[in-house]
Each structure stands twice: as C-alpha cells, then as structure tokens.
Design a protein around this ligand. Structure first.
Ligand code: G
Ligand code: G
Ligand code: MN
Length: 415
C-alpha cells in the first residue's frame, strides 16, 4: 500500500524493453560465430549510444542495459513520464537496423523485435514485468518482426488462456481424459467407407468447448505434443485392430500428426514400434501432416518423411493449398495423398473464380505426381457430385458423415 501510494505520488514509471534480434541465427549459420559475436558487440554499442545518459528526457544509468542471453537484450528506462516515451526509444532502436546491419562490409538482414512493459501499469513485480515484456516481444515476432509491441490486456488474457489449456492438457495426459472420435472417408466411385480419420478430443473440465484447433498449438509450444501424438497413434491403432479383427474393416486408419514430429528424429522408429506392438500392417495406416509444416529444402523434415515411408505407412499432406509448397517441390516429398483444404470445397460454387478453380488445379497436380486426392469438408450433394465428376478419389465432410463416437462408428460400419 505504502509503495503504491508512493508510486502514484511520484508518478514514477519504468519502461522495460525486451529486445530479440530477428534472423540472427542466420548470421551465425552463414558466416560463423565470430561474425555473430561482432554483430552483437556492434549492436550493443549502438544500443548504448541510443539511450546513453546524455539523453535529457530519459536519464538512463549504467545498469540500464543487460544482455540476457544470445541475441536477447533488456533496456530499463527509469522515470519515463509517459509510456509513449518508451515507444519512442523502441522506435530509435529499430532504426539502428534500417536498411540492414553492416559488419565489416557485409550487410546482414538482421532486425529487432521489441516488447515493452511498463512499471507499475502492467506489473509491479520485476520478474512479472520481464515476463510481460518478453510476451509482448513474442507478439511483435508474430506480427511480422522488425517492430515493437506494448504489453496489453489482450496479451495478458491470451497468456492466461494458454496456461489454462496447458494445465488441462497435462491433467488429461495424466488422468486419461483424452479420447478419439472417428470421421469416415468415402470412396467417390462406390460410396464405400475406405478409411476413418481419428480426431482428438480432450475431456478435461478446463478444456470444455476447446477443440484441437486451439489446444494443439499450445501442446506444440509446450512440448506436450510428443506425448499427445504417441497417445493418439497408440489409441488409433488399438481401435484399428478391433475394426480389422471384429468388423471386417479393410480400410485405412488416418491419423493426424503434428508438424513438430518432422523435426523429431525418433518419431519414425516410435511409429514402427507401435505398429509392431499392435501387429498392424503399416499400409493400413495413413499419417496426415499439415502442408504448412513442410519447409522447402529442410533436410531434417525430408529425412523424417522418407524414414516414415520406409516404415511403410502412407503419408497425406493435410489442408493442402493453404501452405507454401511450390508445385515443383512436390516431387521431393514422399507423399501418397493430397487432402484438399475444406476452404476450397466450400468456395466451389461461391462465384469466387480463382478459388473455385483450386480444386481442379490440385486435382490435376495430384494426377501429374500420381497422388491420391481426398476432398475434405464436403457439405452439400452439389459439391460431392462435382468432385465425383472431376475424378476425386475419396471424400469426407458433414454431408457424408460427421465425426462419430466409437460406438456410433461401429453401428455405421455395420450398415
Ligand atoms: O476435429 P477438429 O475439427 O476439431 O480438428 C481441428 C484440427 O485439429 C484439424 O486441423 C486436425 O488436423 C487437428 N487434429 C485433430 N485431431 C488431431 C490429433 O490427434 N493430432 C494432431 N496433431 N492434430 C489433430
Ligand atoms: O485439418 P483436418 O483435416 O485434420 O481437419 C479435420 C476437421 O475438420 C475435423 O475436426 C472435422 O470436424 C472438420 N470437418 C470435417 N468435415 C467438415 C465439414 O464438412 N464441414 C466443416 N465445417 N468441418 C468439417
Ligand atoms: Mn486431417
């Protein structure tokens, strides 16, 4: 209370700038660590001269700058009258990188992302202030980098929501509160169910009404995704064995995996191990990875895809058309199937000409590369007939069937 009274009396505000360089890793990778070190040194000198004590408005002190780690710096701006002043300093720091950053005659395309939190407006605890500035910096990165962002209530709410989701996910893994629903996939030629896509649901109370769209990204950023993916594969294979042995099912089980696994060198052997435990033929399993996870020319990612192909499972590029795959790159991906993103199916008769033609373009592309095509998000008979007419292989969507609980799937397969 006393402290707070003092704050309001003095109206002393302290701005904390959290700076992280953009593209710094590339400098190290391309020119070596010595060049990286020189860049950091030169930057810290310029940073200091930007905010040096001669600045009459801000009066920073010697201890106002710290290098936290690698390419992360923190600047303290004591006694700013107005939060705007912190923004002005951030803007000057960004100007250091205007037109690139030159070290020994080489211009590096390095920039900065800056997050700003203000004491006592945003937080009164130093550790919290630092955390909030860091979070605002992350927001700046997400907003295209080379910019600064103030910490806001909206960012605070996002953090809270993410923490709640993370807590719910941890609890679900521990207490067996994950489950799968199943979405049938149909052959366009004869309307048979040729595959089933397993979709994850989380039944923890914290995650009520929160679907994988929201919780998978949190799982990915917290490292929980690896356990979750293995849980999903395990549970889906267990169901597949029952379908094969007790319900004469001869189709595929399609399992979504996170793009994170493409950088996990252990993943292919983990998949192989699970297939062996359940004695499932690899060809009856299709792994779906979203197209946006593919990075052109990333060797680790390609190696993982090839290793999975060696294991014998088939691979589908999910949400196809939303990523950045250059058509010429497709030949390098050991994929078997393209899943046309549902936004293109819903645009089929929208009158939006370029988008409504995407289905045909992807269809032609798949034929060129000998890939199977699945249309997702089929919601009307008109869409289905169009897809059938144009040679689409398989289709799924609410018009054909919603995702179903296990018992309902068994009833549907018995029809
Ligand atoms: O089922 P639903 O529409 O809520 O799925 C939304 C998104 O979450 C889809 O893009 C889907 O690929 C993804 N998703 C669903 N189940 C899983 C899963 O088991 N693992 C992973 N990694 N993603 C999933
Ligand atoms: O990205 P992925 O293909 O894995 O997404 C699968 C998700 O898409 C499932 O969660 C499912 O609920 C949803 N979905 C499947 N078919 C349809 C559809 O016809 N309409 C809509 N709106 N969503 C669908
Ligand atoms: Mn999918």
């Amino acid at each position: 209370m006393i402290e707070q009274a003092k704050i309001s009396k003095d109206k002393q505000r302290v701005g904390l700038l959290y700076i992280d360089l953009d593209n710094f890793k590339q400098v190290n990778d391309q020119y070596g660590h010595e060049m990286g070190d020189k860049l950091l040194l030169k930057f810290s000198e310029q940073l200091w001269s930007e905010i040096r004590p001669s600045d009459q408005v801000l009066k920073p002190q010697e201890e106002s700058i710290a290098r936290l780690a690698g390419d992360e710096f923190v600047v303290l701006l004591p006694d700013i009258k107005d939060t705007i002043n912190a923004g002005k300093v951030a803007s000057r720091i960004l100007d250091i990188f205007d037109g690139g950053f030159e070290v020994e005659g080489i211009t590096h395309l390095t920039y900065a992302s800056i997050g700003i939190a203000v004491f006592p407006d945003d937080a009164k605890e130093p550790s919290e202030l630092l955390h909030f500035a860091d979070t605002a910096m992350y927001d700046a990165k997400q907003n295209g980098r080379n910019c600064f962002r103030f910490f806001t209530q909206e960012i605070a709410d996002t953090i809270k929501q993410r923490q709640k989701i993370e807590y719910g996910l941890r609890a679900s893994l521990e207490n067996d509160q994950l489950s799968l629903v199943f979405m049938p996939i149909f052959d366009c030629d004869n309307d048979d169910i040729v595959a089933v896509e397993a979709l994850l649901r989380c039944n923890a109370p914290e995650l009520e009404k929160i679907g994988p769209d929201q919780f998978i990204p949190v799982a990915e950023s917290t490292g929980l995704i690896k356990d979750i993916d293995l849980w999903v594969i395990d549970a889906a294979l267990q169901r597949l064995v029952t379908l094969q042995q007790q319900h004469n099912f001869t189709g595929k089980m399609c399992i979504n995996i996170s793009g994170v696994e493409l950088n996990n060198e252990h993943f292919p052997s983990q998949v192989k191990g699970l297939l062996e435990i359940y004695a499932v033929a690899p060809c009856s399993v299709e792994l779906e990875v979203t197209e946006t996870a593919l990075v052109a020319g990333n060797k680790a990612c390609l190696d993982t895809l090839h290793a999975l192909r060696e294991v014998g499972v088939s691979l589908a590029l999910d949400d196809f058309g939303t990523g950045y795959t250059a058509f010429s790159q497709l030949i390098h991906y050991p994929a078997h199937c393209l899943k046309i993103d549902r936004s293109f199916i819903s645009d089929l008769f929208s009158g939006n000409d370029p988008r409504s033609k995407m289905v045909l373009i992807i269809q032609n592309l798949a034929e060129l590369y000998g890939l199977r095509v699945i249309a997702e998000g089929v919601e009307t008979e008109e869409q289905l007939n169009y897809l059938k007419r144009h040679g689409c292989d398989w289709a799924q969507g609410y018009f054909l069937s919603r995702p179903m609980a296990w018992d309902d799937l068994l009833k549907r397969l018995a029809m």
